[in-house]
Design a binder for this molecule. Structure first.
Ligand code: PMP
Length: 389
């Protein structure tokens, strides 16, 4: 079948056109089955088409899809998230992670009366123009710094703080492999933002509710002013949310002067599916899922060591990333130095031919869901080992 000229990020081959997905499996229109380790960018943490979530969405769709007014669904999920994330006093729902980070930045600019934004190389906050990006030569709206580099951070902020509205970052970087923050870097962030009145925005679109019922910030001894959420909190439906200090959130209309609205935001269908998903992700769900990933990673890393293969897998709960080096990375430069794009492409092709659907970019994470079975993971490790051997 000839494909129209569509640009698809995860397209593995011309013949891979998805028809449906269920649990850990995804099926193309020719009936081929693949085990899915992309899970729509990690959104389908329960596995595809979870029956309880689908039934909930169906039930609520029949009562009306979107109203542009407050619903009980919005109140319920807001209470739930606010209780689990202490830094969030008030919350606002949007339709994607992109909108969440865009809105948080707009709010930070409004609150501070400043324009510039500091971001970190290799992180992703969505496809809008408010985050300064390294490949954009016209970076006159902010600074793109190196993650975990305290010296450069202090120097740039000390010099330019009067123009800086916000610093935005993923507390754990997940789009350049997986990189944990250096505690000294977090301390510097905390001190600088507090001293200079800069808004600290944590983008927890990927890390929020990923490994436990809450946000990563609570494990890092740092309290951001604003937090962005998305991905898993919508139960597979389009969602984003941002929230934080009530003095800041009150600047939004109707209480404040920053007018923000979204036609499709806070659809009760999406929010009920999200609420159901959050409820299903109880402690024992997270425990089992994280353990599954831990066991897999320990087996694969044992294999890489034993065979003296220059690779290892980095794990963050059920999110993992394969690195072609023995050494951990601490910033984007390290990641670029250890990248082997042709080898990773070959691996993805090998997996695909063996019925395994994997992210086509090596710096993007792969995911396990609650529905990935022992058998799925045994096949994955066998096929991976076969490739490396
Ligand atoms: N922030 C982070 C950390 C992300 O990973 C992503 C993409 N998943 C976004 C923002 C943008 O989210 P969305 O794709 O929902 O617009």
């Amino acid at each position: 079948m000839a494909l129209p000229k569509l640009k698809k990020y995860f397209q593995k081959s011309e013949s891979f056109i998805v028809e449906r997905a269920k649990g850990s499996k995804i099926y193309d229109i020719d009936g081929n089955e693949y085990t899915d380790y992309c899970l729509n960018g990690g959104a389908n943490i329960l596995g595809h088409a979870n029956r309880t979530v689908v039934l909930s969405a169906k039930k609520h769709a029949e009562r009306g899809i979107c109203f542009g007014s407050l619903t009980k669904a919005e109140i319920d999920i807001s209470h739930y998230i606010i209780e689990k994330v202490p830094s969030i006093d008030q919350l606002c729902f949007v339709n994607s992670g992109t909108e969440a980070t865009l809105s948080a930045i707009r709010l930070a600019q409004c609150v501070t009366g400043r324009r510039h934004i500091v971001s970190f190389e290799g992180m992703y906050h969505g496809f809008h123009g408010l985050v300064p990006m390294a490949p954009n030569p016209a970076n006159d709206d902010g600074y793109v710094l190196s993650f975990n580099n305290v010296e450069v951070l202090e120097k740039v902020i000390d010099k330019n703080h009067t123009e800086i509205a916000a610093i935005i970052l993923e507390p754990v970087a997940v789009h350049m492999g997986i990189i944990l923050p250096d505690p000294k870097f977090l301390t510097a962030l905390k001190t600088l933002t507090k001293n200079y009145g800069i808004v600290l925005i944590f983008d927890e679109v990927m890390t929020g509710f990923r490994g436990f019922s809450g946000c990563e910030q609570s494990r890092l001894d740092i309290v951001p002013d604003l937090t962005c959420l998305g991905t898993v909190i919508g139960g597979g439906f389009p969602i984003g949310a941002y929230g934080g200090r009530s003095d800041m959130m009150r600047r939004l209309a109707p209480e404040g002067d920053l007018y923000q609205m979204g036609t499709f935001s806070a659809s009760p269908v999406v929010l009920r599916a999200g609420m159901m998903t959050l409820r299903l992700m109880n402690d024992s769900f997270y425990h089992a899922l994280n353990q599954k990933a831990e066991r897999f990673v320990s087996e694969m890393n044992g294999f890489f060591d034993e065979k003296n293969i220059n690779a290892h897998i980095v794990q963050f709960y059920s999110m993992m990333s394969l690195v072609f080096s023995k050494k951990g990375c601490c910033n984007y430069q390290d990641v670029r130095a250890s990248e082997d794009v042709p080898l990773y492409k070959e691996l993805v092709q090998h997996l695909f031919l063996n019925g395994i659907y994997f992210p086509s970019i090596g710096t993007e994470p792969f995911f396990f869901s609650g529905k990935h079975s022992k058998k799925d993971l045994k096949i994955l490790s066998d096929v991976m080992k076969d490739f490396f051997e």
